[in-house]
Design a binder for this molecule. Structure first.
Ligand SMILES: Nc1nc2c(c(=O)[nH]1)N[C@H]1C(S)=C(S)[C@@H](COP(=O)(O)OP(=O)(O)OC[C@H]3O[C@@H](n4cnc5c(=O)[nH]c(N)nc54)[C@H](O)[C@@H]3O)O[C@H]1N2
Ligand SMILES: Nc1nc2c(c(=O)[nH]1)N[C@H]1C(S)=C(S)[C@@H](COP(=O)(O)OP(=O)(O)OC[C@H]3O[C@@H](n4cnc5c(=O)[nH]c(N)nc54)[C@H](O)[C@@H]3O)O[C@H]1N2
Ligand code: SF4
Ligand SMILES: [Mo]
Length: 699
């Protein structure tokens, strides 16, 4: 048996793992003892990696849709078919009706190749990925206030801080190994404040659990800021030296008195005072946050509200402090870094900047459109309207994971060409015209970038099953079939080198420099060894190097409960499952943990509806309907029900709404109105996409 050191392919913690390989198969895993992030730990998902990627049940040959089903095809035929169709569609209706969804689970090299294919070969900035419905408000909100959208500090900082604040994140479930580090830090004396409408595991041990009403982040942050200014607890020296626009924000939070804040958020005034005092007066306070902040139609303003709080107290730019978005997917930081976003090239270089466009045009030998492209949900919306023709989706399952499932299904069915690059036949792949089999993380070289900006090497441990190829190799073949040059990379390292040469913040990174547990960007002349802490002396926002506070105002949920739909539905994750479940649900031990689909409901609500634990129910929103079973739980507050989003038989996105953040188009995944209907028979699983069904509607 050999052991190959690599990185876990699930969440953004980026734990180091050794893959046990025998006879060309991954037969087990082990944690890596000296790894700086995971310190010899893995969570249950990491331990179950071999099941997630085992060759049985994987796609191994290209599939082309034929007569209501799929037939196997040779690579040459599949590539030719896609290339010819893309060419015809572009000639017919222009590059702006073609697009690409990239994959935050794949490597940086895959993602660089994907966006280069979209921009340099298709000729469009219509490239996006799941960050859109995840931390895009962090990218926008932190960019606007601090000048950079990434986690400012490192995960190890929780062990060197006086106070940890976890705001709208369920870290023991979703960043499990990091959640464990938070618990250890708390046991060793760090303070812990949790802000969450649900009583998460961390909330149940925290010194202080603020339990706001769903969707009241701005009110709460403004209320805390009001108390900080009112008591003179702000860091005046820091504000004078490093922050603009303070007085405007001070005036804007004047109305958020404790009484007003309590009335809106439901958090008692005494708790507000204690939280404000402890956060402002701690020498070091580490604030991290997640989807409970971003997944709202006010997502960007929510992030800005937290940034104001952090800046006011000078809790940034030093070890043990910071504003730290817990990036979700193993390589979502990397997919953003690589420019898989409609408005930036690799390294966050703006599409709107003519000098940047000229640089990439010269490097890639093709001029680029001047306007940013469509977002992922923008492409779906255009498709439903019949205004979009071809979409290449690498490793995402929007039929399960995007909001308003019935809308997604209608949109994808209207495309002239849907190509899906996947490990298995997901619900989305079932709708494709061509499905291409890809190599998993264990079958290719490359890099992942974790949530603390650490670029780490992923190493091929086994050959890919059947005819699977790495995503980047598929883009090479497609580019060549379309007559493009500049895609003749011999290996993943040379892709990284091309990217680094074009992106100042990664200019000091190469595969050879990453051997020892990677580097945290920026890695450039000013930071030759990378940066554990951002913004030590200046913020990369303006020439002055100063940050900017911005006033933000509380807004209502897009769809508050009413007489017809009296409950607020929120969506959550479970420690034992991941995303659409296409990988974790292949692991028998994980699948055994929780039955597929559960509706968490407070005991008072269950009593009101006369529902015993495990009772079958229908759940209905204005957009859809599903059936599942009730799990009575006082983790959720009364009036709120919660569904995990991993289960295709009871998919929460049947119900969710598409109300959007005006800045980033983030949908309001954390709140919509539903009603619960008791059933007198067992729940019926949702029939998603029956294989072969693909009614192409007349254009
Ligand atoms: N096991 C597992 N781990 C995962 C994933 C997975 O699918 N499974 N997915 C990965 C991905 S892609 C991501 S993005 C991360 C997400 O990780 P988290 O950010 O932790 O995501 P969620 O559990 O969706 O939401 C976090 C919390 O927000 C709370 N919340 C809801 N509304 C509000 C509100 O108005 N205010 C506040 N303060 N809180 C609110 C919810 O109660 C919930 O506890 O997890 C990653 N890790
Ligand atoms: N209701 C509700 N919906 C949500 C959320 C929520 O909190 N509530 N959270 C949202 C968030 S934060 C996110 S990030 C999205 C995630 O949504 P998705 O990105 O759709 O979720 P994943 O399960 O990660 O799907 C990734 C797919 O990539 C495939 N894959 C893995 N490795 C590779 C590879 O190397 N190459 C290729 N081509 N494919 C690969 C896997 O097989 C898997 O099917 O869901 C969002 N949807
Ligand atoms: S915490 Fe995240 S990266 Fe670590 S083993 Fe679990 S899923 Fe993998
Ligand atoms: Mo995410």
């Amino acid at each position: 048996m050999t052991v190959i050191a690599t990185i876990c392919p699930f969440c953004g913690v980026g734990c180091g793992m050794g893959l046990h390989v025998r006879q060309g198969r991954v037969i087990g895993v082990e944690p890596i003892p000296g790894h700086p992030v995971s310190q010899g730990q893995l969570c249950s998902k990491g331990w179950n990696v071999p099941f997630a990627i085992e060759p049985e049940g994987r796609l191994t040959r290209p599939l082309i849709r034929e007569k209501g089903g799929f037939r196997e095809a040779e690579w040459d035929e599949a590539i030719r078919y896609i290339a010819d169709t893309l060419k015809a569609l572009r000639e017919d209706s222009g590059a702006e009706r073609l697009g690409l969804i990239s994959c935050a689970r794949a490597t940086n090299e895959d993602n660089y190749a994907a966006q280069k294919f979209a921009r340099a070969v298709l000729g469009t900035h219509n490239v996006d990925h799941c960050a859109r419905i995840c931390h895009s408000p962090s990218v926008a909100g932190l960019q606007a206030t601090l000048g950079s959208g990434a986690m400012t500090n490192s995960m190890a900082d929780v062990e060197a801080t006086e106070l940890i604040v976890v705001w709208g994140a369920d870290a023991t479930e979703n960043h499990a190994v990091f959640g464990g580090r938070i618990l250890r830090a708390w046991q060793q004396g760090a303070g812990l404040i949790v802000v969450d409408p649900r009583r998460t595991r961390l909330a149940s041990v925290a010194d202080l659990h603020l339990q706001p009403r769903i969707g009241t982040t701005i009110a709460l942050a403004n209320g805390l800021l009001h108390l900080i200014f009112a008591n003179g607890w702000e860091d005046r020296a820091f504000l004078a030296a490093r922050v603009d626009n303070v007085d405007v924000v001070r005036a804007a939070v004047a109305e958020w008195t404790p009484a007003h804040t309590e009335a809106v958020t439901g958090v008692p005034a005494a708790q507000l005072l204690e939280a404000a005092r402890r956060y402002a007066q701690a020498d070091t306070a580490f604030l991290c946050y997640g989807m409970g902040v971003t997944q709202f139609s006010s997502g960007t303003n929510n992030v800005i509200a937290l940034a104001n709080l952090v800046l006011a107290c000078g809790q940034v730019g030093r070890p043990g402090t910071g504003i730290n978005p817990l990036r979700g997917q193993n390589n979502v930081q990397g997919a953003c870094d690589m420019g898989c976003l409609p408005n930036v090239y690799p390294g966050y270089q703006a599409v709107s900047d003519a000098a940047v466009r000229d640089k990439f045009a010269a490097a890639w030998g093709i001029s680029q459109p001047t306007a940013p492209g469509l977002t992922s949900l923008g492409m779906t919306k255009a498709a439903e309207a019949g205004d979009f023709r071809a979409l290449i989706i690498c490793g995402e399952d929007p039929v399960v994971t995007d909001p308003d499932q019935n809308h997604v299904g209608r949109a994808l069915r209207r495309l002239d060409l849907l190509v899906v690059l996947e490990l298995t036949l997901t619900e989305t792949a079932k709708l494709a015209d061509v499905v291409l089999p890809v190599a998993s993380f264990a079958e290719k070289d490359g890099t992942f970038t974790n949530c603390e900006r650490r670029v780490q090497l992923v190493r091929q441990a086994v050959p890919a099953p059947g005819e699977c190829r790495a995503d980047w190799q598929i883009f090479v073949a497609l580019a060549q079939a379309l007559g493009a040059s500049g895609f003749d990379w011999p290996d993943a390292a040379s892709i990284y080198a091309e990217m680094a040469a074009l992106s100042p913040i990664f200019s000091g990174i190469s595969h050879t420099r990453l051997q020892h547990h990677g580097l945290q960007w920026p890695v450039d002349a000013a930071h030759p060894e990378g940066a554990l802490v951002l913004h030590r002396e200046r913020f990369p926002l303006a020439a002055s190097g100063r940050a900017r506070m911005l006033p933000v105002h509380q807004s209502d949920l897009a769809e508050p409960p009413d007489a017809e739909f009296p409950l607020c539905l929120t969506t959550q994750r479970l420690s034992c499952q991941y995303g659409c479940g296409s990988m974790t649900r292949r692991a028998p031990l994980l699948e055994r943990e929780v039955p597929g689909g559960l509706l968490f409901m407070h005991p008072d609500d269950a009593a009101h509806y006369g529902l015993p634990d495990g009772a079958p129910v229908g759940v209905r929103s204005r957009r859809g309907y599903l059936e599942t079973r009730v799990q009575i739980s006082d983790v959720v507050p009364a009036g709120v029900v919660s569904l995990p989003y991993h289960f295709r038989e009871a998919p929460s996105n049947q119900l969710t709404c598409r109300a959007e953040d005006p800045v980033t188009h983030m949908p309001e995944l954390k709140a919509c109105a539903v009603r619960v209907e008791p059933l007198s028979r067992p729940p019926r699983p949702i029939q998603l996409i029956p294989l072969g069904e693909r009614l192409r509607e007349a254009r």
